[in-house]
Design a protein around this ligand. Structure first.
Ligand SMILES: Cc1ncc(C[n+]2csc(CCOP(=O)(O)OP(=O)(O)O)c2C)c(N)n1
Ligand SMILES: [Mg+2]
Length: 280
């Protein structure tokens, strides 16, 4: 039941992502589709929040350090009732509250701005420390991309989190094996990723990031382990860019997609058929 609820939220979020992309004919649609299951687990299952009060002091914090993934977060915020579905088609247009790269001051529910990659985890560590000083029980979740593992600041923050025993801090990494300049393996080899996080002292799990059941199991393991022991947790999520839309899963230029006017409807149909269990 819990799994089906999250899967349904992810499915609707994927449709939102296509609608947002179509308004401009382009966008970071592949990332939104690939990470939809991760975002849905967060907003439909894990996060403590109040839709009508995004600044509620007792909320859990979700920090998107990967600014260009904002489209995926907007889709999840719409599902969560924090942003109106009707506003989504302003994505990326002038004066929109939903710019292509996430801006905290523009969007309700957006905790940090993220265009400059590799800073999110550092902010998350400071926030987690601050919340603990205040006696808060709020958790801090940080979403990173695999490209952000190229940044030294990410690893400084990772060492700091285990040093300070931040068991209420969870990192989620979208390991889509892709960066702006091509496959991650060709830009800078980051494998074995799990060993690196474990060496920094983190409770490390690696799952299929497009398998909601596996993601929920990983979150359950974190709740059992990290909060009592104070060991920060990372969930490494292997995902596929464009997941759910075969036409986009196989795009060569997948980092920033331009999609022709006549392709959007094909994308929607493929998404719907796949969700209903009919092979495209
Ligand atoms: C500090 C910094 N360096 C470089 C960039 C340029 N840049 C924008 S997206 C991107 C790719 C990063 O990898 P990832 O987020 O894994 O890409 P994706 O999976 O979305 O294709 C880069 C290098 C940036 N935004 N910030
Ligand atoms: Mg990537």
């Amino acid at each position: 039941m819990r799994r089906q609820t999250v899967e349904a939220a992810a499915y609707r979020a994927r449709h939102h992502a296509l609608d947002m992309g179509e308004a401009q004919g382009q966008g970071y649609v592949g990332q939104a589709l690939g990470a939809a299951d991760m975002f849905a687990c967060v907003y439909a299952d894990q996060l403590r929040y109040r839709a009508d009060d995004p600044h509620w002091a007792e909320r859990d914090r979700f920090l998107l350090s990967t600014g260009h993934y904002a489209i995926g977060l907007y889709a999840a915020l719409a599902e969560a009732g924090i942003v109106d579905v009707a506003e989504l088609d302003t994505y990326g247009s002038d004066d929109s509250r939903l710019p292509m790269s996430g801006m905290a001051s523009y969007t309700p529910g957006m905790e940090i701005s993220g265009g400059s990659l590799g800073h999110g985890l550092t902010v998350a560590v400071g926030m987690a420390l601050g919340l603990r000083h205040q006696g808060s029980t709020s958790r801090v979740l940080n979403f990173l991309s695999d490209g952000e593992l190229d940044e030294g600041s990410t690893w400084e923050a990772a060492m700091g989190a285990s040093h300070h025993r931040l068991g209420h801090l969870i990192a989620m990494v979208d390991v889509n094996a892709l960066q702006a300049d091509g496959p991650t393996a060709g830009v800078l080899r980051t494998e074995p990723i799990g060993d690196k996080w474990a060496a920094c002292g983190w409770f490390t799990q690696r799952v299929d990031g497009n398998d909601v059941g596996a993601l929920l199991d990983a979150f359950d393991a974190v709740a059992e382990r990290s909060v009592p022991t104070g060991q920060p947790a990372v969930i490494l999520c292997d995902t596929r860019v464009g997941r759910g839309v075969p036409l986009l899963e196989n795009r060569e230029k997948a980092h920033f997609m331009r999609i022709d006017a006549d392709e959007w409807q094909i994308c929607r149909e493929q998404l719907t058929l796949g969700y209903e269990g009919v092979p495209a």
